[in-house]
Design a protein around this ligand. Structure first.
Ligand SMILES: Cc1cc2nc3c(=O)[nH]c(=O)nc-3n(C[C@H](O)[C@H](O)[C@H](O)COP(=O)(O)O)c2cc1C
Length: 779
């Protein structure tokens, strides 16, 4: 087989080596524009789990690479004059120059032709090659030449970094966080041989701009120019960290990080490899690791398919690598955004900040970190619990909202059951919500309770607009309080343009076959082509709707609810005022966010005025429409600030469902970053919701300070007793099981042979003596 490889970096060289092993008689030519000895950058870092792949791929280069490794297990976080150490991580690094030298020698030994100082010929000149591998980096010329086929997106981020080195050899992976008058600058540093460490300085674009204009140059620093003044500036900023060692530059320049993604990795017989195909922010490890893993996958795809099936091999390679790469890119994106927003977190306490930093990509969680370093997690736990020793997982920390005391951080998220008759919740609702109220969650939300018959989504939606509704809800509230012992919240809403549709199981968002009712909305824009066109609301309509919300809030008070939530999410009436996609009004209720928010805020104020002073209120928002030009995270922060100023206690942070054109970035706890931003920028409590499935997620979110509460919807349909089970699985005894269920509270039931009766008796025994508080006078 004849193979042309463009780019003699780790991806291209490693692939060539492996390809010679797959096809020893083939021809491989590598085109590299630099000289053999021109290796830019300093060290490259690998985490332990990567290495076995390389061991099997080519034992010879593996042995040489690993014999040069510097290894360590600790991560140190230097922040506000203190160092916090977390152990058990497992990294290895070596110099980039060293790595390239090893790969160049090995490739040459195997007969690969490497043409240094050779610009890549145009693609037309590769007629001789069976396959052309574009391993020419993040700004790949080959990719640009075939942009229509590859469909690249280049997301230039709001952060800037510069790679440098230092002769100070660190004993851990180090994060140095420095607060400057310009904003936060941070350094990521690690040792890579017995003489040197990599030292990468990074800052948000705004902080960098302020520093660049003020300190670094006489005028704005020309991007892309290696500048001694920049290096001196960084040396000064990180003088303590560097302990007198200078920073060393090697083609070092301020670079704006670009996330590269491609719709396709193959165009004919041309294939993208490594950074040309994808980039991932350096803060979660090295692009070198991803690139070399790509090389293994591509070579092995040829081993499976042979020279006769280039297309099959290339497609197979992409099919295997894309999901892995995308998952890494998601984690890298989380990490990158965390560093972009680091200014939000620097005020956190030392241990919480460290835990937050370590779990930023969502790959490392509470449980995972506990396995790596139990002492560290115990210290963070104790600190979170107020400084005393605490055997309590963070999700069981109490929270107070006005006079409402919540014993833990788990919430049953609002879920419409489409099972009411004329708006009246019936036996189904009693059993459904009652069942969840017995499950250990601190707070159970009702489904959206519609403030009028016309404000229902479907004929099966529950309401609070008729006298019988109040008593029906009061019955459920009484059960939740007396039997479940939990708090219960009413979510009030109006369907707006998404009303008059079928029950969930008959067709979500589909208009009724017959019996449709008139819809109202801020603007006469239907939800989709098949939905009704709503009537544009007049001021009189607004007065009427506001009065309906107030009346429902009064009734919710009568019914005994503990918390009132205003539903301003998911494209329903109040949400559609907020989104520029659905609000095209030209009066004072349309236009900029201040105007679009006017009616929702008016409703909030009116409800707050009749809702008891000592009871909290929350507002559910869609923090983004997931549509360009729609309501976005900046709007969400601004709207949350407006609500905070008006006495809102909690923002319940959902997203989307405003437009059928949405393109949500689904994934584990994918909406939590919005709750995090609002909480830490506005200083208001938040509820995170969406794809939070495990108690490990809840512990991690709460302990890192990303949200105060976690709402779980579908997991509570699967397991009504989700919180009780989470406590049992964590061997935490501090949750009160309903007395009727206590015999089932041990998991698994013990088989000590005492018989069921003894077991039952034991489950009603008083707490063991060591848990009892001695009354006064006892010695
Ligand atoms: C059957 C069902 C009904 C829902 N009804 C409501 C609702 O009435 N109000 C609301 O704000 N969200 C509603 N949601 C959204 C959930 O509260 C939650 O935000 C979403 O399901 C994501 O959380 P999860 O991944 O834990 O399921 C509903 C979700 C489901 C599955």
């Amino acid at each position: 087989m004849r193979v042309a490889v463009i780019g003699g970096g780790p991806a291209g060289l490693y692939f060539s080596i492996l390809m010679r092993r797959v096809d020893p008689d083939g021809e491989i030519v590598v085109y590299e524009r630099n000289r053999a000895q021109d290796a830019f950058g300093f060290g490259v870092v690998f985490s332990d789990e990567t290495l076995t792949v390389f061991e099997h791929a080519d034992p010879s280069s593996y042995d040489e690479i690993t014999s040069r490794f510097t290894r360590w297990t600790d991560i140190d976080i230097h922040h506000r004059g203190t160092r916090t150490r977390s152990g058990g991580h497992g990294f290895s690094a070596l110099g980039r120059r060293e790595l390239l030298g090893i790969l160049q020698r090995r490739a040459t030994e195997l007969g690969v032709q490497i043409r240094f100082e050779t610009e890549c010929p145009s693609l037309d000149e590769f007629g001789w090659a069976d396959v052309i591998v574009a391993a020419d980096g993040a700004s790949s010329a080959i990719r640009a030449a075939r942009a229509d086929d590859f469909g690249p997106t280049l997301d230039q981020r709001d952060c800037r970094y510069m790679w440098m080195g230092t002769g100070l050899v660190f004993d851990a992976f180090k994060f140095f966080i420095v607060q400057t008058p310009y904003g936060v600058f941070q350094a990521h540093a690690y040792p890579y041989d017995e003489r040197m460490s990599t030292f990468i300085v990074e800052a948000g674009e705004a902080a960098w701009q302020r520093a660049a204009v003020d300190r670094v140059t006489d005028g704005p620093l020309p991007p892309g120019v290696s500048d001694q003044r920049s290096i001196d500036f960084c040396g000064e900023l990180f003088a303590d960290a560097l302990e007198g060692h200078p920073l060393i530059a090697n083609n070092s320049k301020w670079v704006r990080f670009v996330t590269v993604r491609n719709r396709h990795w193959r165009s004919g017989n041309v294939v993208l490899l490594g950074d040309a195909a994808h980039t991932a922010h350096f803060s979660i490890g090295s692009g070198t690791k991803l690139a070399m893993e790509d090389a293994v996958a591509l070579a092995w795809a040829f081993r499976r398919h042979g020279a006769g099936d280039v297309t099959g091999a290339l497609d197979d390679y992409e099919a295997e690598r894309r999901p892995v790469v995308e998952s890494t890119q998601r984690a890298a994106q989380g990490s990158l955004e965390w560093f972009e927003g680091i200014g939000r977190y620097v005020r956190q306490d030392r241990l919480q900040f460290a835990f937050n930093l370590l779990t930023r990509s969502r790959r490392i969680t509470y449980d995972n970190l506990r396995l790596r370093d139990p002492e560290f997690v115990r210290a963070v736990d104790d600190d979170f619990a107020g400084g005393a020793f605490s055997p309590r997982p963070p999700m069981f920390a109490p929270l107070r909202l006005r006079s409402l005391e919540l014993p833990n951080r788990v919430v049953v998220s609002p879920m419409d059951m489409y099972s009411a008759v004329d708006g009246t919740p019936g036996d189904f609702h009693l059993v459904h919500l009652g069942g969840r109220s017995l499950g250990g969650a601190a707070l159970v939300y009702t489904e959206m309770i519609c403030v009028s018959a016309a404000g229902r989504i479907t004929p099966g939606c529950a309401g609070m607009y008729a006298p019988e509704h109040v008593e029906a809800w009061a019955r459920i509230v009484r059960f939740a309080h007396r039997q479940g012992g939990c708090a219960i919240a009413a979510q009030l809403g109006h369907s707006g343009r998404k009303g008059s549709t079928k029950l969930m199981w008959d067709g979500i968002d589909e208009p009724l076959k017959d019996g449709n009712w008139e819809l109202i909305a801020p603007s006469p824009i239907p939800y989709s082509e098949r939905n009704q066109v709503p009537r544009e609301m007049t001021r009189a309509d607004m007065d009427e709707v506001r009065a309906q919300f107030v009346s429902a809030a009064r009734d919710a008070r009568l019914a005994g609810f503990d918390l009132l939530e205003l539903h301003c999410a998911h494209g329903y009436l109040l949400s559609s005022f907020l989104s520029p996609l659905t609000n095209h009004r030209c009066d004072e209720y349309g236009g900029d966010l201040g105007r679009r928010a006017r009616f929702p805020l008016e409703v909030f104020d009116a409800c707050r005025a009749v809702w008891p002073e000592d009871k909290p209120m929350s507002v559910r928002i869609s923090a983004t429409d997931w549509v360009p030009g729609g309501f976005d995270a900046d709007d969400a922060v601004a709207f949350a600030r407006m609500l905070h100023e008006r006495g809102c206690d909690v923002i319940d942070v959902s997203s989307g469902q405003v437009s059928p054109d949405e393109r949500p970035a689904f994934g584990r706890s994918f909406q939590t970053p919005f709750a995090d931003r609002i909480r830490n920028e506005v200083g208001i409590a938040t509820i995170a919701v969406g794809a939070i499935a495990s108690y490990d997620d809840v512990n991690t979110i709460v302990l890192a300070g990303r949200a105060d509460l976690c709402a779980l919807a579908r997991p509570h349909l699967y397991d009504p007793h989700w919180t009780l089970h989470a406590a049992a699985e964590q061997e935490y005894d501090g949750v009160a099981w309903p007395v009727q269920y206590r015999p089932g509270s041990r998991k698994p039931p013990s088989a000590r042979g005492d018989g069921v009766r003894k077991e039952l008796e034991r489950s009603f025994e008083p707490d063991p003596p060591e848990l009892l508080v001695a009354p006064d006078g006892w010695s």
